[in-house]
Design a protein around this ligand. Structure first.
Ligand code: FAD
Length: 482
């Protein structure tokens, strides 16, 4: 039979005739590559099937982008929603996702993931000791009801700590840190047999596995891949985890996997510059606005934080000045991201718009004109020239302002998978023994660009697909007789 592995990709895949010819250092049932949200959930789910699970994480701690997130996970039909009398349905959730991405994700897969999200949240909450609560502080844009679930602190790091603690309770899960997988090992037909792991202090470790789950996120930290697939973000500030260098997608590609929606991503239009800290989007939702260095507003800021990044990057210097006031400052001061901006000196206070203009080197006359027009629109005295309809009350002094830029958060394209999270070739056949989830698999955020990202699509795909991949790979490995 002809080799399924592309000959030019031997660096990515070590091809062997048979498993027996490899001097394996370790044999496990399920090898999970990547110790972020997807990988840790996959490990828990697989371990529940009674199989031996080995997680390898490139960095010295677990977490990846998951630890940088706000731990927000959407799900419809959870116990928490029922207790709060929130009416929701899988169909409504799928419709919300498809509306935001303009039907740019596979509708069946979208429904499938939406259908498994509640089960995931209830399972983590009720049987794995990973706590969630229903977020009812405010309705997340694009979600038609309260369906965002998060931990009490809204910190991804705490979610990761809870997942690691849950994994520690399983005697059949081992996690190796400082242990990047370097390449997959496959036979000539492209069936995956294991991986080469470079364990710090030990050296190359050849891990044989009945099933391999790719949970190493996307390519946000790989400038070459960004140039190829998302050139508009290849020079932008990257706000995600440095470990996400895309090799999982490259390995899949080398094995002949189909890639989908490689130009889709999540970005953010309000990262303090040059401080590199996140100014919470609530500053805009609560009534703030942005101007460019000419003192002019350039778009309806309310259209979404992900797509807004490109609008900011299109301005002179790729920056904007975000303007708000004491009311908004007080309302967001409890947000850790915002606090960090304050601590780092990114947020400046002014008694007047003229002083603000002087502080940021903006043309005062133009800024005053812009501000007055904004105030009239916010006070419902006139239509907003940019078409914005959602405002807080008009902004009374004192004012605050911060220089911001647009940044890339994570990529949303990746390996095509089926409903069991098995990696697929373009002809629809499965690459034997290979599963993928999270940012390594194609997401639910449309074919291209930042606009199809509905809030919390990232963790939805990471955790739900992690559960599906772990269940499926664990079950399949358990049924293989040695
Ligand atoms: C600042 C920020 C805030 C966000 N907030 C939210 C939110 O509130 N809700 C939401 O839904 N989404 C959010 N997202 C997106 C979300 O965090 C990601 O979509 C999600 O965490 C992806 O999970 P993952 O498990 O696929 O990847 P990650 O959590 O990034 O984990 C991948 C892991 O794989 C490791 N790895 C990489 N290569 C290798 C290798 N060769 N060998 C071994 N290990 C490897 C990495 O080091 C990393 O630890 C946010 C993103 C950012 C950047």
């Amino acid at each position: 039979m002809m080799s399924q592995v592309q000959m030019s990709d031997k660096e990515r895949i070590r091809v062997v005739h048979a498993a027996e010819e490899v001097p394996w250092d370790i044999e496990v049932d399920v090898l999970v590559i990547g110790g972020g949200g997807c990988g840790l959930v996959a490990a828990l789910a697989a371990a529940q099937k009674g199989v031996q699970v080995f997680v390898v994480e490139k960095e010295k701690t677990a977490g990846g982008n998951t630890s940088l997130s706000q731990a927000m996970v959407p799900a419809a039909g959870t116990r928490l929603q029922k207790e709060a009398n929130v009416a929701d349905s899988v169909e409504q959730m799928a419709q919300d996702i498809l509306k935001k991405n303009h039907a740019g994700s596979d509708p069946e897969m979208t429904r499938h993931i939406a259908a498994h999200a509640a089960q995931l949240v209830d399972w983590l909450n009720d049987s794995q000791g990973v706590p969630f609560e229903l977020v009812t502080d405010f309705l997340y844009p694009g979600h038609s009801t309260y369906r965002i679930h998060a931990n009490h602190t809204r910190k991804g790091l705490h979610l990761v700590n809870n997942l690691v603690a849950a994994a520690a309770k399983f005697p059949n899960i081992d996690i190796a840190y400082n242990a990047p997988a370097k390449r997959l090992i496959a036979d000539e037909n492209g069936a995956v047999l294991g991986a080469e792991i470079e364990i710090k202090g030990i050296g190359t470790n050849l891990a044989r596995a009945k099933k391999v789950i790719l949970a190493l996120n996307g390519f946000g930290a790989n400038r070459e891949m960004l140039k190829r697939y998302i050139p508009e973000m290849s020079e932008a500030y990257y706000f995600g985890h440095e470990g996400n260098t895309g090799e999982g997608i490259l390995w899949g590609e080398a094995l002949g996997a189909a890639l989908e929606s490689m130009a889709a991503y999540q970005s953010h239009g309000s990262v303090a510059h040059p401080h590199g800290t996140l100014v919470t989007w609530a500053v805009i939702s609560l009534g703030g606005y942005q101007v460019n260095l000419q003192g002019q507003r350039f778009v309806n800021e309310y259209h979404g934080y992900s797509e807004h990044a490109l609008d900011v990057l299109a301005q002179e210097g790729g920056v904007a000045v975000e303007i708000f006031n004491q009311r908004i400052y007080d309302a967001v001061l409890s947000y850790e991201d915002f606090q960090q901006c304050v601590t780092m000196g990114a947020i400046k206070r002014f008694e007047s718009i003229e002083a603000l203009a002087a502080g940021f080197g903006l043309p005062a006359v133009k800024l005053l004109e812009t501000h007055e027009a904004f105030q009239k629109a916010a006070g419902k005295e006139a239509k907003d020239p940019q078409g914005r309809v959602e405002f807080g009350p008009p902004l009374m002094p004192p004012f605050y302002a911060v220089k911001v830029t647009g940044a890339l958060f994570h990529t949303q394209g990746g390996l095509k998978i089926d409903q069991q999270a098995r990696v697929l070739r373009p002809d629809g056949s499965c690459i034997p023994h290979l599963y993928a989830g999270g940012g390594t698999a194609v997401g639910l955020s449309g074919k291209a660009g930042p606009a199809g990202y509905l809030s919390a699509n990232g963790l939805l795909a990471a955790l739900t697909l992690g559960k599906i991949a772990g269940d499926e790979a664990g079950q399949a490995a358990a049924s293989i007789v040695p």
